[in-house]
Design a protein. Structure first.
Length: 458
């Protein structure tokens, strides 16, 4: 049974990850700052010159947690030989001041060491998204989970420092780059317990081209242009080389007769197509064109209203296991007026196959047994983009069961030891120590259930 407990502890250790180390023996520092990773293990180096005859007492926020010969309980352990104090399965309540007093057999204090433990969530893999702005500029955003995050960027291995950036400091979670920057951009994220990085390839932003047919008379056609892109509006097919035309934006003349091109606007007389390049937010509005023949008779009058939307950026998918093995997948994309749709293995994920929410939401919750290739498609009136994610079975339930079993196994083992000792001697000072340890175990049991609750939510 103890073997089974050890195997389960091993499994949990493998599942849970980050181990941090802290040296609390440095002289002249009264309280050393240590960091522990949520769900991980911290090892604190305390004075190692303890002999077998010395007595020690470890306290957390003034309360004794380990004493003399009782050097191990479910989560705390102290190795007398190495002087390393270990806390496993860290949760948010483990923050606080830890201290250790060492006395020799005459009761003389030999050492008193203190450290303050701060708990941080480890850094999750960063997600990168890239967006084209007007004039070919591009913005890249980096998002990661975890506490106290610090960002840094590099392009083709060289640090992207402030002199190479158009906006903001190089330590922000998003950067804006000049139009001509290309290469491999890396976002590195770190905190005091872990670090992670992600890459994205930068190419030139050349914008999205949209087309709109505004040749219908008597109505104002709704047209859409993409921020940073180009729009072509079919205004008339009736112009001949001898006609005169007049193009207006919000009633102000922008192009006239033979002067058919300026920096942003152009009109091709032979095709009747009006083009706006390098669109920015101020380009929205009503455009109209009047065509007169050589005799001054109006032969055409068309109108359109141009709405500007930011194009859809590559969607980012993130997956989260909920309790009971359900899973939630979120899709996030940049852009204006976004419309989402989902499919699983190529078949639309409609409302009858979803436990919650409509299939047009930006996140969906799926039954535990759903597996396959999930696709999130995002579109607006100027562009569209999609992303895939492979759904495995949520194993969130396994650590939950494993931890509950471990607690049961260890409590049974403790009970076994207790009964064995009670049989030997009915009254001894050890019994007092053990009963106080049993009280401690009660407190620890609370901590461990807190940890399992968290695992279930992950
Ligand atoms: C532990 O952290 C919480 C906030 O996360 C804080 O309110 C609490 O005072 C801290 N406990 C100790 C003993 O420092
Ligand atoms: C910025 O980076 C460039 C090349 O990566 C380097 O030559 C320059 O010295 C750096 N400037 C600062 C202020 O770090
Ligand atoms: C990013 O690219 C560099 C250079 O190709 C590579 O060494 C590194 O492993 C990549 N990092 C990630 C997270 O993909
Ligand atoms: C065309 O219009 C621009 C202003 O938009 C003006 O500066 C230029 O002189 C005009 N050219 C001709 C040939 O009319
Ligand atoms: C107008 O469009 C035609 C057909 O696409 C093209 O051949 C011509 O070069 C264009 N004219 C101008 C001034 O762009
Ligand atoms: C939902 O999708 C399934 C298979 O993909 C299809 O058989 C069913 O008709 C769809 N239902 C609705 C209401 O669209
Ligand atoms: C496109 O624009 C129309 C209004 O003209 C709107 O009703 C529709 O929802 C838009 N479509 C998308 C995908 O945003
Ligand atoms: C998603 O997967 C499908 C099927 O394998 C593939 O055709 C499509 O190109 C993929 N899309 C993306 C954005 O990776
Ligand atoms: C990267 C990071 O978050 N570093 C922090 C580690 O902790 C010290 C305080 O001990 C902070 O000053 C750092 O910013």
């Amino acid at each position: 049974m103890l073997n089974m407990g050890a195997v389960l502890l091993l499994l949990i250790g493998v599942a849970d990850g980050v181990t941090t180390f802290c040296d609390a023996t440095q002289p002249h520092i009264t309280t050393t700052q240590c960091f522990g990773s949520l769900g991980g293990t911290v090892e604190v180096q305390l004075p190692a010159q303890i002999s077998q005859d010395d007595a020690f007492r470890l306290r957390k926020n003034g309360v004794t947690i380990l004493l003399d010969r009782y050097q191990t309980n479910i989560r705390y352990s102290f190795n007398v030989r190495t002087g390393i104090f270990t806390i496993k399965d860290i949760d948010r309540t483990d923050n606080g001041t830890y201290s250790m007093e060492v006395h020799n057999i005459y009761g003389t204090a030999l050492a008193n060491t203190k450290c303050y433990l701060t708990i941080q969530a480890p850094v999750s893999s960063p997600l990168l998204s890239r967006e084209c702005l007007s004039r070919g500029q591009q913005r890249v955003s980096c998002s990661a989970g975890g506490g106290g995050l610090h960002y840094s960027w590099s392009l083709d291995g060289l640090p992207l420092n402030d002199t190479r950036l158009l906006s903001g400091p190089g330590s922000a979670s998003d950067v804006t780059l000049e139009p001509w920057r290309t290469g491999l951009l890396t976002c590195s994220v770190r905190n005091n317990v872990s670090n992670a990085a992600a890459n994205i390839t930068l190419s030139v932003c050349d914008g999205v081209m949209t087309f709109c047919d505004a040749t219908q008379p008597h109505i104002t056609t709704q047209c859409f242009g993409s921020l940073g892109g180009t729009v072509e509006v079919q205004l008339s097919t009736k112009t001949s080389q001898n006609d005169y035309f007049r193009l207006r934006k919000n009633r102000v003349r922008i192009l006239l007769d033979r002067n058919q091109t300026n920096i942003q606007y152009s009109f091709n007389v032979s095709t009747g197509i009006f083009t706006i390049k390098d669109i920015d937010r101020t380009d929205n509005g009503e455009y109209s064109m009047e065509v007169h023949n050589a005799a001054g008779v109006q032969v055409a009058f068309t109108k359109c209203y141009l709405t500007i939307e930011a194009p859809v950026s590559s969607p980012l998918l993130s997956r989260e296991c909920l309790s009971r093995g359900q899973q939630r997948v979120s899709c996030s994309a940049g852009g204006g007026g976004l419309h989402y749709s989902w499919s699983l293995d190529g078949l639309p994920l409609n409302d009858t196959r979803l436990p919650s929410g409509p299939g047009s939401a930006s996140d969906v919750t799926l039954e535990p047994w759903r597996t396959g290739l999930l696709t999130c498609s995002v579109r607006n009136n100027v562009s569209h983009a999609a992303a895939n994610i492979t759904l495995p079975v949520c194993d969130g339930l396994i650590p939950f069961i494993a931890r509950s079993l471990t607690v049961v196994v260890l409590l049974l083992a403790a009970l076994g030891v207790y009964w064995a000792l009670k049989k030997k001697k009915t009254s001894s000072p050890r019994d007092i120590a053990l009963s106080s340890m049993a009280v401690d175990d009660g407190v620890l049991y609370g901590n461990v259930s807190g940890a399992t609750g968290r695992a279930g939510g992950e």
